[in-house]
Every structure is written in C-alpha cells, then in structure tokens.
Design a protein around this ligand. Sequence first.
Ligand code: ITT
Length: 207
Amino acid sequence: MDKVLVATTNRGKLREFRHIFSRYGIEIISLEDMKEKITVEEDRETFLENAIKKAKIYGDFYKIPVITEDAGLEVEALGGYPGVYSARFYSIDFGGKEEVKDNKDVANINKLLRLLKNEKNRKARFVSVVVFYSPEISGIWTEGYCYGSITEKPEGDKGFGYDPVFIPEGYKKTMAQLEIDEKNRISHRGKAVRKLIEILSRLSFEI
Ligand code: ITT
C-alpha cells in the first residue's frame, strides 16, 4: 500500500494524523487532493457507526484505502454529552443553542462552560474511533481514550476544538498548551492510530 487517504474535513485532525504517520514513512493524501468532491453526513448514533459510514462511502467512491475517524468529548456530569454531537454541540437542543460569534469551536466551548457552571464534577474524556477500510481487502477499527477534566476557562492556542478547556490527567496544562508531539503521545487519536498501525503491520499490509 503506497498511499492512504485520510478522509477528514477537519484541518486540526489532519495535521495530527500527518504528524503521527510521518514516523512510519506512510504517505497521507487528504480530501483536498481529490478532484471530485463528495460530502458525507454524520448522522449515526455512535462514533463507530459514523466512522464506518464515512470510510465505506469515501473508500468506495475514490477506490483507494482510506482512514476515517469519528471523535468527540464525553463529559460525565452531562451524561456523556456532547459525545457524537461534539462538532455541532452549539446547535443542538440539549442544553439550549449557542450563538456562533467567532467560530464553531468557540461556540461549543462557551456552551460547555455554561452548562458546567457551578458543577463540581468536571471529569471528561476524549474518544477517538478510527477506521481503516480498503475496498479490495477489508476493514479494521480501533479506539483510543484520553481522560481528564474540564477547566473553568479556556487556556492555550494550539490544537483545535475543545483542547483549550481540557486538562489531561496528570497534567497542569490544557491540551491546547501542549506541543503537537506531546498531544499525540497521550491523545485519544494518537492511541487509536498507533493501535491501527500495529494491527496493519501484523497483517503484513506493508505499513
Ligand atoms: P471529520 O468528520 O470530517 O473528520 P469533524 O470535525 O466533523 O471532521 P468529528 O465528527 O470527529 O470531526 O467531530 C469531532 C469534534 O470533536 C471536533 O470538531 C472537535 O470539536 C471535537 N474533538 C475531537 N477530537 C478533538 C481533539 O483532539 N481536541 C479537541 N477537540 C476534539
């Protein structure tokens, strides 16, 4: 296998995927490299179902091996929300809608901090479910978790999404204050992708 399409529309994710795969000499192509564009709606109820849906549609359309991911933040005091709704949390009815003033990530964070105001239990975890799908061969999925807690206010400008309000267990900094290689070492995505690479290499996918 010479190339893998990492089929994500999220630039922050793509940057992290490229960084992880660079150690293994695997060439990553992105949706921006594809001439014909398609969009896939994430309308399933679990991370795994969304990631499989994306992998099947992109893989069958472009006819090359693809990697997709569905990821999100699960907050204990919110019964696991935002979960699969993490990317569009600001817009869903749960907890009331949040106006988008700057960008969606800021609106998501504002809503999260509003719902957790005066809440003592700030435990949360990031979840990543990664799917590898080769139209000619088969599919594999892995998952990774990163446990931590939600801060009272955003700190840091690295990373993306909820990183400015998430402190990983054992750290005093938010995920948005960590360099990319440190984030990848401990993150849900780093763990899921490294598991995937291990399985693919055991199956002799020349990865
Ligand atoms: P694709 O589906 O195209 O890959 P997306 O942004 O829609 O891009 P997801 O559906 O997986 O991706 O949504 C993930 C959301 O969860 C993302 O938009 C962030 O708000 C949040 N998220 C996931 N991983 C994160 C991380 O490492 N740091 C901070 N927030 C993260």
